[in-house]
Write a protein that binds this ligand. Structure first.
Ligand SMILES: *Cc1c(COP(=O)(O)O)cnc(C)c1O
Length: 375
């Protein structure tokens, strides 16, 4: 029943290069050839392994990658990736030298930083971010101030102008329309002043998948969709512009199987009480591996092709499941935390739903102890 490899590992993820490549192609097809893709591989490619994922994407034709910080960008350079790399999460003064030495492209978030780089005689290129309503990074500024700031630069080349949406999946909100309008006003003011950055970009997965075509401009920065997930939408969102399939499967092994009588308390705090004689299995992944603690007594894994409830508290290294329905399961057998066995599957979105999280945090939460295998 277990898909894929049977490695000598206690818990591992299998990452499908084929599905990753297919998701990338589906996004590219949706936006068309005139829009550049800068796929997002921050946070170790959402837990999928930034170097391997980047190699697949570059082989598929990606000319840009997006990361959060300089260290992530340097790691890609050291692995031999030569494409453009956008550093989106801010470059602190102590990271500046490394950023430019490694040919990374920082996003600049304030006029002060723009001036400091220019006064230091740095050529760039950089991208400049305006805050159009997300209220996180980016300059909160009137269009004229952006024009003035870019016009007064001496050495620094601003290759791109960008922003980021707060609610692109949330259709009752007018926040996205307002952000699009604000970004458009900055672009218009710059154009009027004869300043036209090569690349304009605001859209991540939600901006693309929910068809905010007027927000694609010349580049899009999809992350989550590459890995095979789309955000849940609300309020009459159109159907997604493209489909994707999860790239990652997550497995762990049974390290113990035992029969317990009715009335037995299971795990920390005795939070589960057997209401009948049961067979339980203990699997080799816990919250230190990224199994959300909130799945205690609520989540399921797939064992022997059927959903097996998690019993009691998820612990650090181990999680207990009900295998009463699958007496054939033995110590050493693999079970699926994310992935498919025959007709039955579990994915990060459903885990997130039960755990009160988001699919992003479930994927990024898969720990270092979990071996990454590429298939
Ligand atoms: C993380 C991030 C993205 C990618 O977002 P997804 O929702 O995963 O597509 C794009 N742009 C910025 C600025 C980000 O921080």
């Amino acid at each position: 029943m277990t898909p894929g490899a049977n490695p000598p590992a206690r818990t591992w993820v299998e990452i499908s290069r084929t599905r990753l490549a297919q998701n990338f192609r589906n996004i590219r097809e949706a936006v068309g050839q005139s829009v550049t893709l800068a796929p997002v591989v921050k946070a170790d490619a959402y837990g999928h392994g930034a170097v391997e994922v980047s190699r697949v994407l570059v082989a598929e034709g990606a000319r840009w990658l997006s990361v959060s910080n300089v260290e992530e960008g340097v790691a890609l350079r050291e692995a031999g990736l030569e494409c453009r790399i956008l550093v989106m999460g801010g470059v602190l003064p102590f990271e500046r030298a490394a950023a430019f030495e490694h040919g990374l492209t920082p996003v600049v978030h304030s006029f002060g930083e723009l001036r400091a780089l220019d006064e230091a005689g740095i050529a760039g290129p950089v991208h400049f971010k305006v805050d159009t309503g997300m209220t996180r990074l980016g300059a909160r500024a009137e269009p004229e101030e952006v024009v003035e700031a870019l016009r007064s630069l001496r050495t620094l080349r601003v290759e791109g102008l960008m922003s980021h949406f707060a609610s692109a999946e949330h259709f009752p909100s007018d926040q996205t329309a307002s952000q699009i309008a604000k970004f458009g006003a900055v672009c218009d003011a710059l154009r009027t002043a004869g300043i036209e950055p090569d690349l304009l970009h605001v859209s991540s997965t939600n901006g693309v998948s929910f068809g905010h075509c007027d927000a694609w401009h010349s580049l899009v920065r999809p992350g989550l969709a590459l890995y095979g997930y789309l955000s849940p939408s609300s309020g009459g969102a159109p159907p997604p512009m493209f489909s994707v399939t999860p790239v990652l499967s997550w497995l762990a092994r049974l390290v113990a199987v035992k029969d317990i009588p009715e009335g037995t308390l299971v795990g920390y705090g005795g939070r589960f009480r057997a209401d009948r004689a049961m067979r339980i299995g203990v699997i080799t992944a816990g919250y230190a591996d990224g199994v959300p603690h909130r799945l205690s007594n609520r989540g399921h894994v797939v064992a022997a092709g059927r959903l097996a409830p998690i019993l009691g508290a998820v612990s650090m290294d181990l999680t207990t499941i009900d295998v009463s329905e699958s007496p054939q399961l033995c110590v050493g057998d693999a079970v699926t935390l994310i992935g498919r066995e025959g007709e039955v599957s579990m994915d990060a979105a459903r885990i997130a739903d039960v755990a009160g999280e988001i699919s992003y945090s479930v994927l990024c939460g898969i720990g270092n102890r979990v071996k990454r295998l590429y298939v």
